[in-house]
Write a protein that binds this ligand. Structure first.
Ligand SMILES: NC(=O)c1ccc[n+]([C@@H]2O[C@H](COP(=O)([O-])OP(=O)(O)OC[C@H]3O[C@@H](n4cnc5c(N)ncnc54)[C@H](OP(=O)(O)O)[C@@H]3O)[C@@H](O)[C@H]2O)c1
Length: 464
């Protein structure tokens, strides 16, 4: 939220919806824990810009990784979308950790988030939980980073609900995870598919989840589409806006009360984790709060994607303000070989490729060196934000790796993750130009509020 408080000059597009003075800050009752977080965040704000958003990752216990569970790539689209990420925090990132406790954590030899699964790894999960045990609900859990996040969370002993477009897809994913993680606690809601292009389906799914009686610990808003030709959801919203943002907005609206309950259930904060993209840095060009459905502008599939990924962050930022009792963050998973390119490079989707064999080729090795991630590596920030204790007290941030926020990442962190093209602010003239913070001028409280209010109006008939 530092970017929010600093960002005052709005882009022409964003400012159309954002004219008027910044409203008075919403008054909220802040629980003790959230108040501590707020105090810490103020402390962060007064530290140097380089270090202020680095949070220590924590050592953890599951296996290490490499294989990909699905294929294809946003890589080919990387230049166009300026879309990417980085790896686990390097030694230099650890210099920026907050406080002594965090520094102690970061200095442990294994202060990296574990990845899943070499190909033949089988991880025996902890025994199936009691019915009352809380769960992590993952949207888009049948493919790409969503599938891998579900698998890795299961391997860490989390109970996971697979929220997929159809029950069949969810069951296939469940079987695949159980092969890798025998005994994993994986739930599929019977007779409840989650079609994100239809608010009625999202509403039904949310109701079915509530009826299931499964307590909710974490909501992972992961499902997404990229660069699809102009299309509309069942309620006639532009497809990126409708699927990537609005459906998740409805889901969080329905499930936040359950997340609030977590603190009473097990003394921990509920969490919302949204998979955005570094493509959101084009938000100033892309977000038009007066034309969320692209009725008045010439449609561009990339700009529409960038807008929806900025909206993911505006939503989690707002949620962090409105719900201080839960933790709410967004992140970029890196450039990951998944099915996301199905609309632009169909030959590169999972059905048409063998990612494991490709990883052994010269090209595959080169991609790896360039920082292109496989799905298991791409899911590590999902896993960290959803399950690591170090992420519990962080809210309203945008991460590019476990414990690493952007802006705020060092060159080393960016290079490690393949995000070498992003600015740190140390480049010649960058600081004078206000970079990279200027890339986030869209990310301000006023835009978040306008988006929130408009989204609320759009979902009003479907609130579950
Ligand atoms: N891959 C990257 O390089 C990259 C970079 C930055 C951000 N991201 C973000 O990562 C997230 C996951 O993408 P991915 O790369 O893992 O791609 P993916 O393999 O294509 O997975 C996307 C998931 O979203 C689901 N989904 C899409 N439209 C849906 C709908 N209308 N209803 C229900 N589910 C729907 C898909 O379900 P179906 O299989 O049924 O279609 C699939 O499970 C996205 O939010 C994306 O923006 C990815």
């Amino acid at each position: 939220m530092l970017a929010i408080s600093r960002a005052s000059a709005l882009s022409p597009t964003a400012s159309r919806a954002s004219r008027g003075s910044e409203p008075a800050r919403r008054r909220v009752a802040v629980p003790a824990r959230a108040a501590a977080t707020a105090r810490r965040r103020r402390a962060i704000a007064t530290s140097s810009s380089r270090d202020r958003r680095v949070v220590a990752p924590r050592a953890s216990s599951s296996s290490s990784s490499s294989s990909s569970s699905s294929s294809s790539s946003e890589a080919a689209a990387a230049a166009a979308a300026a879309d990417d990420a980085s790896r686990a925090p390097s030694a230099s990132s650890r210099r920026g950790v907050l406080g002594l406790g965090a520094a102690a954590l970061a200095s442990t030899a294994a202060a990296r988030v574990p990845l899943a699964f070499a190909d033949d790894d089988v991880v025996v999960a902890s025994p199936s939980p009691a019915a009352a045990r809380g769960a992590v609900l993952v949207t888009g859990a049948n493919s790409g980073v969503g599938f891998s996040a579900a698998k890795q969370l299961a391997a860490r002993g989390e109970r996971v609900v697979l929220a997929c477009r159809t029950v069949e897809k969810a069951n296939v994913a469940r079987t695949a995870i159980l092969e890798k993680v025998p005994g994993a606690a994986i739930d599929v809601l019977p007779a409840a598919g989650l079609e994100m292009a239809d608010l009625a389906s999202v509403s039904d799914y949310a109701k079915a989840f509530k009826d299931s009686g499964i307590p909710l610990n974490v909501l992972v808003c992961n499902a997404g589409i990229m660069a699809v030709p102009l299309g509309h959801t069942r309620q006639n919203h532009e497809m990126h806006f409708g699927v990537n943002h609005l459906a998740h907005f409805l889901l969080q609206d329905a499930l936040v009360p359950a997340l609030r309950d977590r603190v009473e259930r097990d003394g921990k904060r509920g969490r919302v984790v949204a998979c955005s993209s570094i493509a959101n840095t084009l938000g100033d060009l892309a977000v038009d709060l007066d034309d969320l459905d692209w009725n008045d502008r010439t449609y561009n599939e990339w700009t529409a994607y960038c807008a929806s990924k900025a909206e993911n962050v505006l939503m989690t930022d707002q949620l962090a303000i409105r719900e201080p009792g839960i933790s709410s963050n967004a992140f970029h998973p890196g450039i990951v070989t998944t099915n996301l390119v199905r609309y632009i490079l169909p030959d590169l989707t999972a059905e048409n490729r063998d990612p494991e064999a490709e990883a052994q080729t010269r090209n595959g090795k080169m991609l790896k060196k360039m920082g292109i991630r496989d799905a298991d590596e791409g899911a590590k920030t999902h896993v960290w934000l959803a399950s690591d204790p170090a992420a519990e007290d962080v809210s309203g941030e945008f991460f590019i790796d476990p414990g690493v926020t952007y802006p705020g990442a060092t060159r080393r962190q960016l290079v490690d993750g393949g995000d070498w093209f992003l600015l740190t602010g140390e480049e010649f003239g960058a600081r004078q130009l206000g970079m990279p913070d200027k890339l986030f001028e869209w990310r301000n409280e006023r835009n978040g509020e306008v988006l929130w209010d408009k989204s609320m109006e759009m979902i009003s008939k479907y609130r579950a």
